[in-house]
Design a protein around this ligand. Structure first.
Ligand code: PLP
Length: 353
């Protein structure tokens, strides 16, 4: 079986084993990590190492706070402007479905301005950058658009703070997180299982947070005491730590990035070499993580999904907002799985092309 799910995504085998070992009954009846107080020494040690490793891998210093939150990226769509755009305008670059969603939620709680959108191209390219508002709180962009399959190779270059939704590419390559004022990402793609949301926020910006915010939504409540403001999603924290250790064992983000580029290269080459398959995204911004693709005849999408599943290739149906097919190639995905998929696509083309 190979799993190409866009998220929750597959775990590396070693991490999945650690998760099941962690929950297995022990001979002496000792409680598992999911059954102990989050204020006790066992969980506190985990929390400390998790914060520390996140800092090391992202290369941020003390100028940033690491917040481990609940609610997924969807919660950040509103929580971020509530905290940092209370009396200013949040600017947006829209390069796909998730950017639009982030904008729609921000509109509920703050002034917003779209300074660039590539919707006219059906999100097959990145937006041109327009003028920023004079009272700009931050410029929000989506590092990797999971559905449309577009990725910024570098963060946009602007003189205002950047806020990046990195949900579907977090820790997939070295990235200048130190230069990004706010980074957020759900854990369920490259950092383990659902239930944990990472926010890296520059501490100086916390001065902007309005005192009227409910404590739970106030970033400042989480920026101290190892994000233990309330009971954490302990298994998601456990798994995230195992993922960070796994990344280190692989050789770090450089190695992971090279592997990810190789995987996506194999798939894009197979698509481009064929008249049967297509991916409409401009070369310079094709996603390394999520590859949407279509057969020449769209009525073949469902037969492909069904036959691929029967052949052990799962999770290839495109997002309902866009249709078609999509292969997600997060860190845990193997080159062997991608080669198997490409072979299956060639065979499918021979039969239906
Ligand atoms: N942003 C991006 C880029 C995503 O890929 C996703 C989910 O796939 C989300 C936001 C929403 O994340 P969540 O389900 O954690 O709220």
């Amino acid at each position: 079986m190979h799993n190409f799910s866009a998220g929750p995504a597959m775990l590396p085998l070693g991490v999945r084993e650690r998760l099941s070992e962690a929950l297995a009954p022990s001979a002496d009846g000792a409680p598992s990590i999911a059954e102990v107080s989050h204020r006790g020494p066992r969980f506190m040690a985990l929390a400390e190492e998790l914060h520390q490793r996140l800092r090391e891998l992202t290369g941020i210093g003390e100028e940033h706070a690491v917040l481990l939150l609940h609610g997924g990226a969807n919660c950040q769509f509103a929580q971020l402007p509530m905290n940092l755009a209370a009396d200013r305008t949040a600017a947006f670059l829209i390069s796909g479905h998730w950017g639009k969603k982030a904008l729609a939620e921000a509109e509920c709680v703050a002034r917003t301005q779209v300074v660039g959108s590539s919707e006219e191209s059906d999100f097959t390219d990145l937006p041109e950058m327009g003028h920023l508002p004079a009272d700009c709180a931050y410029l929000h962009y989506t590092g990797n658009e999971t559905i449309h399959g577009l990725q910024y190779e570098h963060p946009p270059r602007v003189a205002v703070p950047l806020a990046a939704d990195m949900s579907s590419e977090f820790l997939s390559r070295p990235y200048p997180y130190r230069d990004i004022a706010v980074t957020y990402a759900g854990a369920q793609k490259n950092l383990g299982i659902a239930g944990l949301t990472v926010v890296l926020v520059r501490r100086d910006l916390l001065e902007r947070v309005p005192d009227s915010l409910p404590r739970f939504l106030d970033y400042r409540s989480w920026a101290k005491d190892l994000s233990l403001y309330n009971t954490p999603a302990s298994l998601a924290w456990f798994t995230a730590l195992e993922m960070l250790r796994w990344i280190e064992r692989q050789g770090g983000l450089e190695t992971i990035a090279a592997r990810n580029r190789e995987k996506s290269g194999v798939l894009y080459r197979a698509i481009d070499e064929s008249d049967f398959w297509r991916n409409p995204v401009a070369d310079h911004c094709r996603s390394v993580m999520n590859v949407p693709f279509w057969p020449a005849d769209e009525s073949l999408v469902m037969p492909f999904v069904e036959q691929a599943e029967a052949a052990g290739l799962q999770g290839l149906k495109g997002h309902r907002a866009l249709g078609g097919l999509r292969a997600s190639l997060y860190n845990a995905q193997t080159l062997e799985a991608v080669e198997t998929l490409v072979e299956f696509m060639r065979e499918f083309e021979r039969r239906f092309g």
